[in-house]
Design a protein around this ligand. Sequence first.
Ligand code: ATP
Ligand code: MG
Length: 416
Amino acid sequence: MLTQAPKGTQDLLPQASHRWQRIEQNMRDICALAGYREIRTPIFEHTELFQRGVGDTTDVVQKEMYTFTDKGNRSITLKPEGTAGAVRAFIEAHLYADTLPCKLYYVACPCFRYEKPQSGRLRQFFQNGIEVFGAKDASVDAEIIDLAMRMLRANDIGDLRLNINSIGCPTCRAAYLDKLRDYLEPKLPTLCKTCQERFDRNPMRILDCKEDADKLTDAPAMLDNLCGECSDHFEKLKGYLQGLGIDYAIDPRIVRGLDYYTKTVFEIITDTPDGTPLTVCGGGRYDGLVEELGGPATPGIGFGMGIERMIMVQDMRGIAPEAPELLDVFVVTMGDDARREGVKLVSTLRNEGLRADMDHAARSMKAQFKYAGKLGVKKVVVIAGDELERGVVKLRDMVESSETEVAMDQIVSMLS
Ligand code: ATP
Ligand code: MG
């Protein structure tokens, strides 16, 4: 127990940290190209925020939240997704009073869901994501989809399929839900238990059920029941995507797990080598959420992208990016005087922006070379007795196996 991480969690080990850093840097770079700024919100929030903001009827809220009572008797929940916290912060800090749109991104946001751990599903996972407030035109829907595609490509995730749908607005959805219930009611006894439970609370989610999909092929689609405004928005989005050269498929079954979505919803899927499709990004518009949570009516849109899923796809494809070299220079020393010089030299090299290190484990000279070789260092400086007295050091090129003598006071400028 003591040496076993809790089920559904993972350590990020040093051998893999460069892969995460690359994904995070790509996120920052691509967001910067489009004028987005970073937001970080707390890991936990009041439980009510997610009940209201994610939706009482969702699987996330009903089954998957990490909720506990703190010492002050408050109900607290570890965040299961990034949007609700960002909306809360947007309202609390009155960001709506600034120039809009407010374009935000978050990097490696920890999310917690009590899920059955299985392939691609963790209980603590990390998302990169975007939220845009105060932009109602479908051009921003296209923009965030374009950014998501760029990010996935920058992370070597290929074979991407973009599926889009519109789930309308409260006005057209209400009429549609009546139609859908009429359609579903006679079929209810044949549907799975979860779907039966969803019938009253969230019938659209039934369309999302993998088990019952075959029985519901002729279900009425939200897409055929959109009001004028929603339909116009969807047409515009399609036009913008075409203009950007982004291929898409319309999937009337995407309803997304979260309650707050309106109009555009989308998923980006990659086909893994064994043929299983894997969703790497999901997002959508949530025009009613800011108001629902107590702010002024403000449209919003965003997406979340699972970092572990991206790493998993890289692994499946055998395209893990190589670790960069750790050091530029290694300093080998022999004897106490040399070691004292070594400590100073390493620090000076670092001042010059060179990545430098030395032995800290009292290794023999031979072992120090072996260690430097293991790290793949290309340049080694040797400080040892005789030469030290003459004020020189040896510079060894590990690639060419050549050695030159360099004056101690020249070595830094020579290496930098
Ligand atoms: P799914 O249908 O796969 O359960 P979801 O709708 O619950 O997805 P979102 O809330 O849209 O997922 O989260 C966005 C992204 O976060 C997903 O596309 C996925 O990459 C990642 N993700 C979601 N849940 C997990 C999890 N339990 N473990 C790891 N990554 C996850
Ligand atoms: Mg889920």
